[in-house]
Design a binder for this molecule. Structure first.
Ligand code: NAD
Length: 256
C-alpha cells in the first residue's frame, strides 16, 4: 500500500496489467511507454483505484532517456520503492539476415535499459533500506528459440543482471527478481503471430496452436493478471528473503 512504483512500458500489455495489479493494491504508479494515449491510461487507472499516477513517454533506448524517466519519477513522487523493468520489443529473423539496427535496438531496450534504470534508482533504495526491482525477462531468458537471437541474448542477460543486483542489494533490503513468462497475448505477441503466419504460410489460428504454444505444456496464453499478482507478491516487505530468483510462468515450457 502507498508505495511508489515505476513501471517501464506500462501503457500496453504486461506492463499495463502489472500497473493495474499495483493500483489495486493501493500503490502509486509512474507509467511509461510510447502509446499516444499514455496520459489518459495513467489518469484512468488512477481514478479507478484512487491512487496517484503520472505518465512520461521517455524513449528508453538510451541512457539519457532512462535518466529522464527516473528524474521525472523522483520529481513526481520523491522516492521510488519498486522498479519494474518491463519495456521490451521483438524482432524475428535468421541470424544471417538479422538487421543490425534491430539487434542493437533490442539489446538497448530489453537489456541495457534494465541496467540504466536499476543503476539510477539503487542508491536511493539502499539509503531508504527498502527496494524491490522486478525484471520482466521471458522463458527466452532460460531457453532459446530459433530466429530470436537478439531477444534471447537480451533476456538471458537480464537474468544475469538480476542475480548481481540481488547480491549488491542484499544488505540493504533491496531485492531483485526476474519473472519469465511464456506467451501472453499482448500487442507484442499479436505482431509475432502475424509475422509467423507469413513466414510459415499458415493461418493465424494454426500459428497459435502449432508454433506459438507448441513448447508450452499448458496450451493457453499466460493471463496477464497472474503476472501482476506475482509482481505484487515480490514487492512485499515479507518477500525480503526472495531475491535473485527466476519465476517461470511458462505453462510448463521449461519443464521439458
Ligand atoms: P507490448 O508491446 O504490449 O508492450 C511493450 C511496452 O513497451 C509498450 O508500452 C511500449 O510502448 C513500450 N516500449 C516499446 N519501445 C519502447 C521504448 N523505446 N521506450 C519506452 N517504452 C517502449 O509488449 P508485452 O508483450 O506487454 O511485453 C512486455 C515485456 O514482457 C517485454 O519485455 C517482453 O519481452 C516481455 N515478455 C512478453 C511475453 C509475451 O508473450 N507477450 C512473454 C515473455 C516476456
Amino acid at each position: 500500500m502507498n508505495r511508489k512504483v515505476l513501471i517501464t512500458g506500462s501503457t500496453s500489455g504486461i506492463g499495463l496489467g502489472i500497473a493495474e495489479a499495483f493500483a489495486k493494491n493501493g500503490d502509486h504508479i509512474i507509467f511509461n511507454g510510447l502509446e499516444k494515449n499514455g496520459a489518459e491510461i495513467a489518469a484512468e487507472i488512477g481514478n479507478r483505484y484512487g491512487v496517484k499516477t503520472a505518465f512520461k513517454n521517455s524513449n528508453l533506448m538510451t541512457p539519457e532517456g532512462v535518466q529522464e524517466l527516473v528524474d521525472f519519477a523522483y520529481t513526481e513522487f520523491g522516492t521510488i520503492d519498486v522498479l519494474v523493468n518491463n519495456a521490451g520489443i521483438q524482432h524475428v529473423s535468421p541470424i544471417e539476415d538479422f538487421p543490425l539496427e534491430k539487434y542493437q535496438q533490442i539489446i538497448a531496450l530489453n537489456m541495457n535499459s534494465v541496467f540504466y534504470a536499476s543503476r539510477a534508482v539503487l542508491r536511493q533504495m539502499k539509503e531508504q533500506r527498502f527496494g524491490r526491482i522486478i525484471n520482466i525477462s521471458s522463458v527466452h531468458g532460460i531457453r532459446a528459440s530459433e530466429y530470436k537471437s537478439a531477444y534471447v541474448t537480451a533476456k538471458h542477460g537480464v537474468i544475469g543482471l538480476t542475480k548481481v543486483l540481488a547480491l549488491e542489494g542484499a544488505a540493504f533490503n533491496v531485492t531483485c527478481n526476474a519473472i519469465c513468462p511464456g506467451y501472453v497475448k499482448t500487442p507484442l505477441v499479436e505482431g509475432q503471430i502475424k509475422d509467423q503466419a507469413i513466414f510459415h504460410h499458415m493461418s493465424e489460428e494454426e500459428v497459435i496452436e502449432k508454433v506459438m504454444l507448441k513448447k508450452q505444456a499448458v496450451k493457453s496464453f499466460i493471463p496477464v493478471e497472474k503476472l501482476g499478482e506475482i509482481a505484487v507478491f515480490l514487492s512485499a516487505e515479507n518477500a525480503a528473503a526472495v531475491s535473485g530468483s527466476v519465476f517461470t510462468l511458462d505453462g510448463g515450457w521449461s519443464a521439458q
